[in-house]
Write a protein that binds this ligand. Structure first.
Ligand code: PMP
Length: 393
């Protein structure tokens, strides 16, 4: 019989053989668009810092001010003595920004999804989840012990067929990313609203990749489509376009009260450090005021997608700042990513199990703070490496 140590080592070896072994790389930060990895300067086409706010002086200053005022740590969970007054200010501003009754901040998008879902549904309920939803949504469903019904990606007919079969008396939650993190396509929100109304379901959306990016004031895709009254639970993160850390949920006051009382991943964890709250507050102001960043990001994204598609790459169904180049083979994808790095571009190989078998890809993500010259240079490099590798003609 093998010991547990041998079993774990054998499993690691198996992961390595499938070219799926993940490794940590130490990163140094040069500026918005350039990072240093293993001593090499790389153009950063792998970041979620879509608006370039992570290095914005106003966020950094706000963090410093908050740390000076409230301390380095929050000292306890929010229901004990961690709920310093900055929380209340930021949550009020957050609800105003999102035009909802109330808002609640969480320590991360992961804990928000795990907590929201496992609080809204339980053992006797049903969750209808898009097949490409983020791992934190899946983990929330598993934790809730509700029955998971996965519908084909963005397939409203399949979702309706599943809803039709569901017993009337069961609580039903439909949950979807608004922008899908590995494909950069978007959910059919209007159709989802129609179905949730027809079948009496709760609709929850994850705006992790659309907060700050869509909507007049960067509120997200739900606002862009003017569906904020119909979507029951809007979750999003501050860790991507908002350049900071943490996450939020917005909705009716009674729902937020319920979360404060019931959600274990909210109740049993230390509140965010004040410095983080400070930068969140600054970011919420900036995304509302600086629409030009959003516009530039959309222009760049469209330009990049069009160029890559014209070159013959398979960019799947992307319509956003997340642009996958789907290669298929793990080995070729890793090679492509290594070659990109050798030539000065940081872009990550995404492999199963993060994406389905046979769809390994390079996930490019763009930032508003890139220059047009940098983007053109990157496109030329990507094309030239792909030609050398025989990936495009
Ligand atoms: N939801 C989605 C769609 C995500 O892409 C991510 C992060 N990659 C999360 C939730 C988790 O957010 P966080 O990184 O803040 O934990």
């Amino acid at each position: 019989m093998r010991s547990w140590e041998e079993e774990i080592k054998a499993e690691l070896l198996h992961i390595e053989k499938k070219t799926q072994k993940r490794q940590l790389h130490s990163i140094d930060f040069l500026n918005d668009s350039t990072i240093i990895v293993n001593g090499r300067k790389l153009l950063n086409l792998a970041s979620n810092n879509y608006l370039g706010l992570a290095s914005d002086e106003r966020l950094i200053e706000a963090s410093i001010r908050a740390a000076h005022e409230y301390g380095a740590g929050s000292t306890a969970s929010r229901l004990i003595v961690g709920n310093y007054s900055l929380y209340e200010q930021v949550e009020t501003e957050l609800a105003r920004w999102k035009k909802t009754e109330s808002a609640l901040i969480f320590n991360s998008g992961y804990t928000a999804n795990v907590g929201i879902i496992s609080t809204l549904v339980g053992r006797n309920d049903l969750v209808f989840s898009d097949k490409w939803n983020h791992a934190s949504i899946i983990d929330g469903i598993v934790l809730s012990r509700a029955e998971m019904k996965r519908y084909q990606h963005n397939d409203l007919d399949h979702l309706e067929a599943l809803l039709k079969k569901a017993p009337l008396h069961k609580r039903k939650l439909i949950v979807t990313d608004t922008v899908f993190s590995m494909d950069g396509d978007i959910a059919p929100l209007k159709g989802l609203v129609e179905l949730k109304e027809k079948y009496g379901a709760i609709l929850m959306v994850d705006e992790a990749h659309s907060s700050g990016v869509y909507g007049e004031g960067g509120e997200g895709l739900v606002h862009d489509l003017r569906l904020q009254e119909q979507v029951d639970v809007q979750m999003g993160t501050f860790s991507k376009a908002l350049g900071s850390f943490g996450a939020y949920v917005t909705g009716k006051q009674w729902l937020i009260d319920y979360f404060v009382n019931k959600m274990r991943s909210f109740i049993f964890t230390t509140a965010l450090p004040p410095a983080v709250l400070g930068s969140i507050q600054a970011a919420i102001h900036i995304v509302q005021q600086e629409e030009a960043r959003r516009k530039r990001l959309h222009e760049y994204s469209q330009y990049f997608r069009t160029k890559l598609r014209d070159l013959g790459f398979n960019i799947g169904t992307s319509v956003t700042q997340i642009v996958p180049v789907i290669i298929g083979s793990n080995e070729l994808t890793v090679q492509f990513s290594e070659r990109l790095q050798e030539r000065g571009i940081a872009a990550v190989a995404i492999r199963p199990p993060t994406v389905p078998e046979g769809t390994a890809r390079i996930r490019f993500s763009l930032m508003a703070t890139l220059t047009k010259d940098e983007l053109d240079w990157a496109i030329d490099e990507i094309a030239s490496i792909a030609q050398e590798m025989g990936l495009i003609s």
